[in-house]
Ligand binder design. Structure first.
Ligand code: DQA
Length: 150
């Protein structure tokens, strides 16, 4: 069974209330429920965390080594600022998919750069809660295929 760590970054606990015109009305717990149903279909096991603290996210990524097969991450605002999370993803060396609800390239200029994108396997941005579904699908496909993982 493939083990996947799902990481939601800062302020994503507010999904459902937070800027619904940008992020939609689905709550984080509803997104997580959907991901769990999807994972069950593929016989994958999910560990899900949400944190507003950079160091906690760095530690979770570091601890995934030897315990998880892949990472699905929405680093939220840290996408654009965190060298520490970027380095953790690079160091752990696991296949990782970066997801964003909004299309970060169609928004303010400070959001148009992801420090994560060079060190993840791929990025999905702009499909609302569907970004997570697509991301999990991509990650499971990657983990179960024979092609090189990174
Ligand atoms: C986000 C985009 C980020 O720019 C923002 O800071 C977030 C959410 C998204 O999912 O669209 O918190 O990662």
């Amino acid at each position: 069974m493939k083990k996947i760590l799902v990481i939601h970054g800062p302020n994503l606990q507010l999904l459902g209330h937070r800027n619904p015109s940008v992020y939609g009305r689905m709550s984080l717990s509803a997104i997580n429920e959907r991901l769990k149903v999807q994972a069950r279909r593929f016989k994958a096991a999910l560990t899900v965390i949400q944190s507003n603290h950079e160091g906690e996210i760095v530690e979770a990524i570091g601890k995934a080594r030897g315990r998880c097969d892949g990472i699905l991450i929405n680093p939220a605002a840290y996408t654009h600022t965190s060298v520490a999370i970027r380095d953790a993803l690079e160091a752990v060396g696991l296949p990782a998919v970066e997801v964003h609800l909004s299309n970060i390239y169609a928004r303010e200029s400070f959001r148009r750069k992801s420090l994560m994108s060079p060190v993840v396997t791929g990025q999905i941005t702009g499909f609302g809660p569907e970004s997570y579904t697509l991301g999990l699908n991509a990650l499971i496909g990657l983990l179960t295929s024979r092609r090189p993982k990174r």
